[in-house]
Design a protein around this ligand. Sequence first.
Ligand code: FAD
Ligand code: DHB
Length: 397
Amino acid sequence: MRTKVGIVGGGPAGLLLSHLLHLEGIDSVVLEDRSREYVEHRIRAGVLEHGTVELLTETGLGDRLQREGLVHQGVELRFLGVGHRIDFADLTGGRSITIYGQQEVVKDLIAKRLDDGGDIRFEVSDVRLDGLTSDRPTIAFAHDGAEETLECDVVAGCDGFHGVTRHAIPEGVLTEYDRTYPFAWLGILAEAPPSSEELIYTNHERGFSLCSLRSPTLSRLYLQVPPDERLENWPDERIWEELRRRTATTGDFTLNEGPVVERLIAPLRSWVAEPMQYGRLFLAGDAAHIVPATGAKGLNLAVADVRRLARGLVRLFERGETDLLEGYSDGCLRRVWRVQQFSWWMTSMLHRFDPADRYGPRLQISELEYVTSSRAAATTLAENYVGLPFDDGGSSS
Ligand code: FAD
Ligand code: DHB
């Protein structure tokens, strides 16, 4: 088996890369260790940046997104029981975010790739990389009981944080940076109309909470919980009671409740591995970096990586030039670190870190008051949240 780009991982990063390459006439094979059913129903992120929506729409993935995606022009920051709106449209010259579940993006991508004759192998196992410093790297894997080898020009490691491609890089090459947080998020999907048209991020003495949504009939809600918390400790009534307490406000607000149809506990983590390239292996998305969910950036950052990677690969295959690929890691990492800082900042401003600390929460309130009263500070939040423009670094030609 031979292809130009062997892509390990059929999440948003791997599937979108395959799609972008196809549009430029470059063939690829996607190897995914889970089933199609599994990846299409894995519930994760829900916020698409302005530029992510533009890219998906421009590349033929906008039909359902434009119909079903919910465009939001702002968010609410709630603290000391009072809500304050950050008006994205006003602060960023009309930019917005769109609420559209990650698994919907994945469904659209898979349908489009298969429609276009794309090659996605689900339920592969035992993926091993070889020859990464040669110009003919290979990917060995097992599929349908047979051992296969895929010869490529380039390998894209899009297999997420728990993937294998990063581990094919020899020891000592990567430098890792990380920060852990003393809390996790408990997230639920509930059959209840959203309590608010826009997202509500709440700083509360009992801990952070977030009211989000997926549709006019589905709410997505999150609570800060201890890092080692177990779902068994959270029967539905306890979840609703805690959400009611944390979202309580002096304003007009009722928390809509309904049957909980999905629940998870997700750790919060900041982590980067540098560089994002080794020989002919290029890492993209969660395989190279993780951000805490507070900034809603993980999926969007994966999109920015593969957009840049696709441009570098087009230049390689069209002109035989490696200049853009050589700048891939540095170019990506500029955005990665901007998003790391933003996600860390949002997380730091909104969560309770240490119940015994009286000083930290006072700083948070001071910061929240500033962010919601100074146009300059609000603009900082707004322009990062809707997503900074893609930096093309000379790659548009
Ligand atoms: P992934 O989506 O992880 O895709 C990697 C793919 O590779 C997967 O399909 C996996 O099955 C496959 N794979 C793994 N190992 C192998 C292997 N050895 N061989 C072949 N395939 C392999 N971000 C937000 O912004 N907001 C959120 O609310 C949010 N919630 C999240 C909740 C959870 C539980 C998790 C894990 C992440 C969440 N994120 C969230 C982050 C966001 O979903 C990710 O940043 C995004 O999925 C990154 O896309 P990716 O394609 O790089 O990685
Ligand atoms: C959602 C997730 C996030 O991490 C976030 O910051 C906002 C919204 C969501 O799942 O809707």
